[in-house]
Design a protein around this ligand. Structure first.
Ligand SMILES: [Zn+2]
Ligand SMILES: [Zn+2]
Length: 262
């Protein structure tokens, strides 16, 4: 049971019983600090020509949210390791090798807030016929940037396609290229408060959040697995660091990735 259900079980028990299955959303309270009505974390473009239109589309899609207004800016990291830059989301593509994953999103937290986010898209797979399609590229780009804003998945079974959202694990990417209404609702829930500008502890100024390790390419670099998909593969990792902690979301390729050890 997601933690939100436990937390609000008394108040909304009746509602929960009748709520449609699709209203579930793997819950997290991870969010950027917001001191104005819109979150204006810039998105750094470290992708090449093959990805530019998908990056533009994902930024435009997420900016449809009432709480997000992100400008695309020039990239400021090396796409090969895609080290995070405080106060920004950095989006990268490269041939990261036969890692098993199509994309990963890493968010670093300090003082209770996201202070930097990264998205890595693995051309080792997107250069193959199976994944070199507009739908796969759009789905994974959209999903990883969604994670960088703190969103979880609506569905974690690759054998189903029961949403029209990009925050869905599926083997049928067509129809899942964009956020859906529930994703936007979820963002309103996550960003339901503003912090005062004088509350600077763990703020997302460019200097805060420095000192995190680069995202890494393997489970060994991502820390402790804390969540698994319906196929039993670890999909969320937590790495404790001196500067805070880094959460990594993994989008495994179909049939790839490690199994849950018994
Ligand atoms: Zn907050
Ligand atoms: Zn994901």
């Amino acid at each position: 049971m997601p933690t939100w259900s436990r937390k609000f079980a008394f108040g909304v028990a009746v509602v929960a019983l009748t709520a449609p299955v699709l209203a579930t959303h793997s819950w997290s309270t991870y969010h950027w600090k917001r001191t104005t009505s819109e979150l204006t974390v810039p998105t750094g473009d470290n992708v090449d020509l093959r990805w530019d239109s998908y990056l533009n589309m994902a930024i435009t899609d997420w900016n449809q949210s009432a709480v997000i207004n992100s400008a695309k800016v020039a990239g400021s990291t090396n796409p090969k390791n895609c080290r995070g830059v405080s106060g920004t989301i950095q989006v990268c593509n490269a041939k990261y090798g036969q890692t098993g994953w199509l994309g990963i999103a890493s968010i670093s937290l300090s003082g209770g807030h996201i202070v930097q986010g990264t998205t890595k898209l693995n051309d080792t797979y997107f250069d193959t016929a199976k994944y070199n399609t507009p739908a796969w590229r759009a789905l994974v780009m959209c999903q990883e940037i969604g994670h960088d804003y703190g969103l979880g998945h609506q569905d974690e079974d690759f054998n189903t396609d029961n949403t029209a959202s990009c925050m869905d694990y599926t083997s049928v990417p067509e129809g899942n290229e964009h956020p859906d209404a529930h994703d936007y609702e979820q963002l309103l829930t996550i960003y339901n408060h503003m912090e005062s500008a004088t509350m600077t502890i763990g703020g997302n100024g460019r200097s805060a959040g420095a000192g995190f390790a680069e995202p890494g390419d393997t489970p060994a670099a991502w820390g402790r697995p804390v969540r698994f998909d319906r196929q039993g593969r670890p999909i969320v990792f937590v790495r404790e660091e001196a500067a805070g902690k880094t959460i990594t979301h993994v989008f495994w390729a179909i049939g790839e990735g490690p199994r849950r050890s018994r």
